[in-house]
Design a protein around this ligand. Sequence first.
Ligand SMILES: Cc1ncc(COP(=O)(O)O)c(C=O)c1O
Length: 391
Amino acid sequence: MQPSSPNEFVAMLDCQRHLFDIPDDVAYLNCAYISPLLNAVRDAGIAGTQRKSHPWEIFPRDFFTDAEEARGLFAELIGATANDVALGSAASYGTATAARNLPVQPGQRILVLQDQFPSNVYSWHALANESDGTILTLQRPQDDDWTRSVLEALDERVAIAALPHVHWTDGAMLDLVRIGARCREVGAALVIDGTQSVGVLPFDVNAIQPDFLAVATYKWLLGPYSAGFIYVAPKWQEGTPLEHNWINREGSEDFSNLVDYRDSYQPGARRYDVGERGNIHLVPMAKTGLRQLLDWGVGSIQYTIRARTDRISERAADMGIAALPPELRAGHYLGLRFPGGVPEGLADRLARKNVYVSVRGREAVRVTPHLWVTDEDEDRFFEVLASALAH
Ligand SMILES: Cc1ncc(COP(=O)(O)O)c(C=O)c1O
């Protein structure tokens, strides 16, 4: 055990495959694509669907209690309070909410990274167009040190830095504590897409102080598809939601007075909740995934998966395949770069052996294991790699 912060100890966790429904002959090293459901999360989804078969057992309070609990669990994961959390439907819902509320003056810049995921790009294109701002896209630095290049680009001309914690293509990690501090110095807002990091890499809103954080639940939060969370810093909690639904207005708990229309909202970030956010199928699933993550501890999850990716990276290096150095990448993510390009037919060979990673054209292979991965899975991946390189 080693301390990761004054209040948290991290431990090497045992393999957790027994909690998932993954056949022995499947080597799934692709959590950055879609995580498998924990059996408990699947069961929560089935139970939610069964409840819809008996709507007479669904009470008005149920639209609120589950959502509040989910808010609180996500808040606990990132060091926030439930009041700071809105329920969304996707990462794009969170970034669009941020774009709806952050000001950009004509000529000001919105900073993004080269090849950033589109859900954290298109809203900024639209905002730049509407406000006569410009998009500043930082090119991938030769030395892969995104933190340095972001810090160099952050000056008074930047209105918004819209960034990930971990680049989705290869796991390159940004030091968001330093970037957050620099944003505050130059008066830029910081918007983070945490979809490839929150739940597996510690994220503390008190240390980073983002203005908005958007996260989809279907990857590292081990939750369902079509759900997400948005952290909203207190200073932006009086803004305008993307849509005007009944439940985010003040007093919506009182079903008999819903047509007593109000201008006022539910407190805190709740005004930004997506319509039908009390989703009786998805919210219980999201809650169950969050509880399991909190139970394992995010520091311990990261520590355990890093041990696996360090080993994979060393074995790949022995075959002449490079990954980012440990200090520049997140522990749950590897982008393997083949000196002569990805071998012809690698994707097919992997699929024939039930080995799942992301093969991105001829450029790189993305390997993203989680706690279900076994040593046998890892060995099978290397067997396929060795045979592909031999041909
Ligand atoms: C970095 C990142 N953000 C967001 C998403 C998903 O976005 P959305 O929830 O808007 O579909 C992905 C999916 O691959 C991603 O890699």
